[in-house]
Design a protein around this ligand. Structure first.
Ligand code: HEM
Length: 343
């Protein structure tokens, strides 16, 4: 296989590591030295070979370990995956979207053979070889959305479109930045975004929704979002806050570089053909600060972004109390040189 999959964990002993190649292709999200929310949407087109933007669904060295972590989280809490009854067709749309894209773009890892509605799916990294009938749930071990998202990195929200709004009526959410599918299920675009500071007053959500309602089949969109995470935790859910929240107290001037991680979400949006639903994959990339600052222009810029981030955003993103320690550590990597716009 073309990718060497890491044997690693995202909890307990935290053996997660990025190879030099993974560091080099990390989606650093800051085109300038400061950050504020915006409608940062662009076409999800393939570019920069080797980058996380090359393929429809990026598969990387963390794939197998992330799928094991998802299975672990689901075993503990099955409500991380929910699909309201009217969303089953969208689940099948998603099966088709992911299987066709992966088989075409990673032929050494995945194969899809279709004979009418009899489909054979081979997933080599996970050792799966299943034959099923498309649109017949009884022929899969799980519902269609759960089946394919247990095999695909990133969280997934599936949005039903009606009444000029989007409704979170299905999802697979095990790698989230402190929000809960079980809480948000059935909410609309403005309701589930209610806790976000500043963006509502800036009109970000009204404009973003207008854009999303008009996304057409075959013309997906993407954006980046980011936050900070203590330890390489994929599952920073409210449900498990009692397990990871206290870790924030463990940060010291000595361990900042090792414990603190920049968490970047590559969020994409696809219109689904039969259901007219939108699918919103949220793919999480983690990088420890020690690795981030090996790219001098990233270290320099990240110091300025974190130092100058509005208090409301640093509070919402959950690192306001640790900000002084993080800024102090990062300041060693900022020589004050001017930076150029762009990533
Ligand atoms: C945060 C879902 C699209 C901007 C969030 C949160 C959720 C979410 C669940 C966390 C809210 C909380 O604190 O409980 C979604 C879904 C989308 C979507 C399912 C697809 C339809 C967008 C778009 C934009 C956007 C298109 C903007 C252009 C934001 C911002 C935050 C946020 C700025 C705060 C993030 C942070 O500071 O870390 N979103 N979102 N979202 N969303 Fe969305």
């Amino acid at each position: 296989m073309t990718i060497n999959f890491n044997d690693e964990t995202f909890y307990g002993d935290f053996t997660f590591r990025n190879s030099p190649k993974a560091v080099q292709r990390f989606p650093f999200p800051f085109p300038e030295d400061s950050y504020m929310y915006s409608v940062n949407l662009e076409p999800h087109k393939s570019y920069r070979p080797g980058s996380v933007y090359e393929r429809t669904f990026d598969v990387d060295e963390h794939y197998v370990a992330e799928m094991k972590d998802r299975a672990r989280v689901l075993a503990d809490d099955p409500l991380r995956c929910q699909s309201l009854p009217h969303m089953t067709l969208a689940g099948w749309d998603l099966v088709e979207l992911i299987m066709t894209a992966k088989a075409e773009e990673y032929p050494d890892l995945f194969e899809l053979h279709r004979d009418g509605d009899r489909w054979r799916w081979i997933n080599r990294p996970l050792g799966i070889d299943d034959t099923f009938t498309f649109l017949d749930e009884t022929t899969l071990p799980y519902g269609p959305m759960e089946y394919i998202t247990r095999q695909t990195q990133g969280d997934f929200a599936i949005l039903d479109q009606r009444d000029d709004n989007l409704w979170m009526d299905a999802g697979m959410v095990t790698t989230q930045a402190d929000w809960s599918l079980d809480f948000d299920i059935g909410m609309n675009f403005f309701e589930w975004h209610a806790p976000v500071p500043k963006a509502h007053e800036m009109g970000v959500f009204v404009r973003a929704l207008k854009f999303l309602l008009n996304i057409q089949q075959g013309a997906p969109a993407r954006r980046l979002n980011w936050t900070m995470t203590i330890n390489p935790l994929l599952d920073t859910s409210p449900e498990n806050y009692h397990k990871w929240g206290a870790m924030k107290q463990e940060l010291t001037a000595e361990n900042v570089g090792r414990m603190m991680h920049l968490r970047v979400e590559l969020q994409t949006l696809f219109r689904l053909p039969r259901s007219n639903a939108l699918v919103f994959p949220i793919r999480c990339y983690l990088i420890r600060l020690e690795d981030l600052v090996t790219v001098p222009k990233w270290g320099r810029r990240f110091h300025r972004v974190i130092r100058d981030l509005p208090v409301e955003l640093a509070t919402y993103k959950g690192f306001i109390n640790n900000r002084p320690k993080i800024v102090e550590w990062l300041s060693k990597y900022d020589d004050g040189a001017p930076t150029s716009p762009g990533i």
